[in-house]
Ligand binder design. Structure first.
Ligand code: NAI
Length: 469
């Protein structure tokens, strides 16, 4: 390929493909290099999308098995057909990855299937996925969007069969009798929930004394109670030190985090979910002198420019919240800046969502963060038990909490545990993006009967005048 591109994006995940589309819209001649054999990255192929497909299927099974009677529907004999469930998940993934390929064509973006290496600023060499000679792509700018990979645990070898990462946990061939999850973060709780709903006895071992690190403390406590009630078992303040695959399962060794006797637990499947790390292997970054921080994240300035002119980076590989939507927004802003426009991201207005049931959504500051910074704030809280739609749905667990500045009333954070929390948080995201107040939310008309009325009521509660409680 002798043509010169304006932009070559390395990595076809949410960061990379969205950046490529926005670049094409801005008139940049763009190529995207992806080695996986499918676009969409971890999120679409082995992350957000397949996990949500299984969460939805397993939720239907749970509701059908345990909640229909409460609604006056007689039912018996529901069974899990795991191959069919997995096939549906696979179909969703492949349709969506093909959709992204279509979007590349529609936007006249050159999709190069292969492994890209930065040979120099202005040149990406690609080893084609299907074999054959290396291709050299000449370009004005390079955008690194290579994402992240599973963080391994010392002493534990992931084989994706019995000791699995999220990738293997999305593809088990049978429902295990027992599953041990290491890490009570987002992946551990979402995938632990899937397999518990489908029939596994799930135990979660967590290093910290609480689950869902980084989330508001009240949310974390509520979710611990809720998930225990659903049947998940937790061992908190415990550190996993090893796992040995045996003929009939896996033996996991753990010890109290603050010292004490070592313990052992036997299980059929172990899921390692202790975080993700930036993926920069064989990318040529060191050769061209791109700086990384101590944890291996590519260092960028506020314009997503690395220390090497013409090389930019976005998404999981630069750190911050490892979320697809944060990565997408960075992609858009980065190429807009590259094209001479201005832009920024308000990271306080990036929601974090956990797709358990009930869902969890967090936005902006937690109460713990506000206390640590001595910010004077007010709290408005409203339980879903007092929301009429939640009651009609028989789905009234959880609450909405709005945190607002005590003096100015500006919204500083919002935290929701409850039905559709991931979608409900979005109106608070918009309000925060516009610098809005609790009063703004409280005076906005909300359709009745709707779950979103709980958001309005929480805003009213922050002003001391909730109506329905
Ligand atoms: P995480 O960082 O959310 O949680 C990992 C947990 O493992 C932490 O609580 C940590 O204390 C614990 N841990 C670490 N070492 C341990 C040990 N030796 N023994 C016991 N516990 C230990 O990481 P996770 O869940 O793997 O997720 C990775 C990334 O993927 C996160 O950044 C997350 O935001 C993202 N993600 C987002 C989703 C969403 O938006 N719904 C879904 C899935 C993942």
């Amino acid at each position: 390929m002798s043509e010169t591109f304006d932009l070559v994006v390395i990595g076809g995940g949410p960061a990379g493909y969205v950046a490529a589309i926005r670049a094409a819209q801005l008139g940049l001649k763009t190529a995207i290099v992806e080695k996986r054999g499918a676009l969409g990255g971890t999120c679409l192929n082995v992350g957000c999308i397949p996990s949500k497909a299984l969460l939805q299927s397993s939720h239907h099974y749970e509701v059908a098995s345990h909640e229909f009677a409460h609604h006056g529907i007689k039912s018996k004999g529901f069974e899990v057909d795991l191959p069919a469930m997995m096939a549906r998940k696979g179909k969703v993934v492949s349709e969506l990855t093909q959709g992204i390929e279509f979007l590349m064509k529609k936007n006249k973006i050159t999709y190069v299937a292969g492994e890209g290496v930065i040979a120099a600023a202005g040149e990406v060499q690609v080893t084609p996925a299907k074999g054959g000679a290396k291709q050299s792509l000449k370009t004005k700018n390079i955008l690194v969007a290579t994402g992240s990979d599973v963080t391994p645990l010392p002493g534990i070898a992931i084989d994706e069969k019995r000791i699995v990462s999220s990738t293997g946990a999305l593809d088990l061939k049978k429902v295990p009798a027992t599953m041990l999850v290491i890490g009570a973060g987002v992946i551990g709780l979402e995938l632990g929930s899937v397999w518990r709903r489908l029939g596994a006895k799930v135990t979660v071992i967590e290093f910290l004394d609480h689950i869902l690190p980084g989330m508001d403390g009240e949310v974390s406590k509520q979710m611990l109670r809720t998930l225990k009630k659903q049947g998940l078992e937790f061992k908190l303040s415990s550190k996993v030190t090893g796992a040995k695959a045996m003929n009939d399962g896996v033996e996991v060794t753990f010890e109290p985090r603050d010292g004490g006797a070592t313990d052992k637990i036997r299980c059929e499947i172990v899921l390692v979910a202790v975080g993700r790390r930036p993926y920069t292997e064989r990318l040529g970054l060191d050769k061209v002198g791109v700086e990384k921080d101590q944890r291996g994240f590519v260092k960028v300035d506020e314009d997503f420019q690395t220390n090497v002119a013409g090389i930019f980076a976005i998404g999981d590989v630069i750190g911050g919240a490892m979320l697809a939507h944060k990565a997408e927004d960075e992609g858009v802003v980065c190429v807009e800046i590259m094209s001479g426009q201005t832009g920024h991201i308000n990271y306080d207005a990036v929601p974090a969502i956990v797709y358990t049931w009930p869902e969890v959504a967090g936005l902006g500051k937690t109460e713990e963060q506000l206390k640590a910074k001595n910010v004077a704030y007010k709290v408005g809280k409203f339980p879903f038990t007092a929301n009429s739609r939640a009651r009609t749905n028989a789905d009234a667990e959880g609450f909405v909490k709005i945190l607002a500045d005590a003096q100015t009333d500006r919204i500083l954070g919002a935290h929701i545990v409850g039905p559709e929390a991931g979608d409900l948080i979005q109106e608070v995201v918009v309000t925060m993006e516009f610098g809005g107040s609790a009063e703004d939310l409280a005076r906005t008309c909300h359709g009745h009967p709707g779950l979103s009325e709980a958001v309005k009521e929480a805003a009213l509660a922050a002003l001391g005048r909730a109506i329905h409680i």
